[in-house]
Design a protein around this ligand. Structure first.
Ligand SMILES: [Fe+2]
Length: 368
């Protein structure tokens, strides 16, 4: 995916260096040597990621520019990476508090910069109505999306994924239980191949809502949300050539189902510290069935309550969003009717989910 990136720095050689590094990765690069030029550029052009120095000019330094951009709702979805020589902790904290998504120290390590671009590229096309969120809400949403995107990049690169770190950034989804604006932002997330993590955001949101409904303590709700955020992380280890194929045979679909579960199992087993056992199981068993006809053939009696929650929500989202060619697009009400007739699902959980979907709590109805 080609991104539009604006680099702001008062040093010409730095702009030349950044331009050549980033263009080599196939992205479009624009440069600005002052805060005024950067603002002018942002007013007239679409930018996905802004890379900004701190020591800019007398008019405005990089932090003041960051503050100004973050106060403009139209740029709430813009990923901002600060690139600076300042290694003082109070400067870094200030940048993050003002809305920087990432802080990278100069001299710039090309690998680190490219990993940051990968991490934040997901913000550009998420469908989140950033304008409708407050500055704090947008910050939380960007942080959660960035963290889940980061987990997928790590898994794709064969690195270990941290349940604990993902859990620490699941706050935006926690708030979805009480906050309509964030809930609507989550509901606007799009799904398509290569962007499974957006499906995971919704899974986390619904599991969190179920946790709220079941009066679970906040710590438990956070575990449920994190399980949702990471349940399909195995897809990050499936070759993109397979994922992006427009049509699949039934045999390929069955292979993909098993393969992503096996990969999720491998990633979960390597997590250190390990997540709670039933949470780990829920991530691995999210396609199982009470009648034992799931891909792993786990009998219903061995499926934990947490796994049953994950199975029902996943089934709902598969019908609602993933638009598999063998499934017909239907309203939430019709999908819930299908789920109520499905003997492979825990009907007590279906009833709970029905209360969320039927009441329109949290996530708004799907389109026609
Ligand atoms: Fe899955």
């Amino acid at each position: 995916m080609s991104l539009s990136i604006l680099c702001v720095d008062d040093q010409r050689f730095m702009l030349t260096l950044l331009r050549s590094l980033i263009q080599a990765k196939g992205h479009q690069v624009e440069v600005a040597s002052s805060s005024v030029k950067a603002l002018e550029y942002l007013q007239t052009s679409h930018i996905d990621i802004l890379i900004c120095d701190i020591g800019l000019d007398e008019e405005k330094d990089g932090l003041a520019l960051l503050d100004q951009i973050r106060s403009m709702p139209c740029h709430a979805g813009l990923a901002i990476i600060i690139l600076s020589r300042h290694d003082e902790i109070d400067v870094v904290q200030r940048a993050v508090a003002l809305g920087a998504d990432e802080y990278i120290l100069k001299p710039v390590a090309p690998k680190r910069l490219m990993a940051a671009l990968d991490r934040w590229s997901g913000l550009a096309d998420t469908g989140v109505p950033w304008d409708s969120l407050s500055r704090d809400q947008a910050g939380l949403m960007r942080m959660t999306l960035g963290t889940v995107g980061h987990a997928f990049v790590q898994a794709h690169q064969g690195q270990p994924v941290s349940f604990a770190k993902t859990r620490a950034h699941a706050l935006a989804v926690v708030r979805a239980g009480d906050d309509q604006a964030i809930a609507e932002a989550l509901s606007a997330l799009k799904n398509h191949d290569g962007r499974t993590y957006l499906h995971c955001m919704k899974m986390g949101a619904y599991l969190g809502l179920l946790g709220h409904l079941m009066d679970q303590p906040q710590e438990r709700v956070l575990d449920l949300i994190t399980a949702g955020l990471l349940h399909d992380i195995g897809y990050a280890r499936i070759p993109l050539s397979v994922l992006s194929r427009p049509e699949r045979t039934p045999a390929e679909t069955a292979w993909l189902l098993k393969a992503h579960i096996e990969q999720t199992r491998t990633i979960v087993a390597a997590m250190d510290p390990a997540p709670p056992a039933d949470i780990a199981e829920a991530m691995i068993h999210h396609h199982e069935r009470l009648d034992g006809r799931g891909p792993l053939g786990v009998p219903g009696a061995k499926l934990t309550e947490t796994a049953r929650l994950a199975i029902v929500v996943n089934e709902f989202l598969v019908h609602r969003d993933l638009r598999r060619p063998d499934l017909i697009r239907r309203s939430d009400r019709e999908i819930m009717e299908t789920l109520r007739r499905d003997a492979g699902l825990d009907q007590a959980v279906v009833t709970l989910l029905d209360r969320i979907v039927g009441a329109g709590v949290g996530l708004s109805p799907s389109g026609p």
